[in-house]
Write a protein that binds this ligand. Structure first.
Ligand code: E4P
Length: 217
């Protein structure tokens, strides 16, 4: 399972790329709205930092607008993936854009049926939102497992991005469910490094080394 960052913040992306663990980035209008710069500038900077798929979402809700926006986003860089919500007009746009060689990530997926529709329309990625399902009392990871099973069983050419990841426990859960990618906030990615026994182990190793150095001198 690949790890993507779910952010439009350049500082976060820059820091995470230095760790060598990031294969792509996803953004959405809410994340972009938190940043000061205009979105095309942000998108271009992200593409300079990360050599992998970078999802950028359209704002239009009708076919012509989505296709126009999608083409403009894709023109920013070859790695841009156009993000489109799972609505009927959106699937028309997926068909058109994917036939032009533009990859699409279909977003706001909350059911296996929605994922099947998106994959059949030609989406390169589908993004089930697991945290938002958990919020309403469902188990989001089960949806990821169902979608991966359907894609495998029917040999569909589409990758599953487990999205709306809220905490570190979601990450191994979606990996075991077969997600191809997990996209997560910077905070969650950073927390993945953490274990108290790692901190204690480092402290003990350094203390033992210092003691040994002392006794040799
Ligand atoms: C995915 O592509 C979305 O940007 C994101 O994961 C949504 O997460 P949220 O439910 O925490 O807003």
């Amino acid at each position: 399972m690949k790890l993507y960052l779910d952010t439009a913040n350049i500082d976060e992306i820059r820091e995470a790329t230095q760790w060598g663990v990031i294969s792509g980035v996803t953004t959405n209008p809410s994340l972009a709205a938190k940043e000061d710069e205009d979105f095309n500038t942000i998108l271009s900077s992200i593409c300079d930092l990360v050599d992998g798929p970078i999802s950028a979402e359209v704002l239009s809700l009708e076919y012509e607008g989505m296709v126009k926006e999608g083409r403009a986003l894709a023109a920013v860089h070859k790695n841009v993936v156009v993000k489109i919500p799972i609505i009927p007009e959106g699937m028309r746009a997926v068909k058109t854009l994917s036939s032009e060689g533009i990859r699409v990530n279909v977003t706001l997926i909350f059911s296996a049926n929605q994922a099947l529709l998106a994959a059949r329309a030609g989406a390169a990625f589908v993004s089930p939102f697991i945290g938002r399902l958990d919020d309403i009392g469902h188990t989001g990871v089960n949806l990821v497992r169902d979608i991966v099973d359907i894609i495998d069983l029917h040999d569909l050419d589409c990758e599953v991005i487990a999205a709306s990841i809220r905490h570190t426990e979601h990450v191994p859960a979606v990996a075991l469910a077969g997600a191809h990618i997990a996209t997560m906030p910077f905070k969650v990615l950073k927390q993945m490094f953490k274990h108290p026994l790692t901190d204690l182990g480092i402290e003990n190793f350094l203390n033992d080394w210092k003691k040994a150095e002392k006794s040799l001198s």
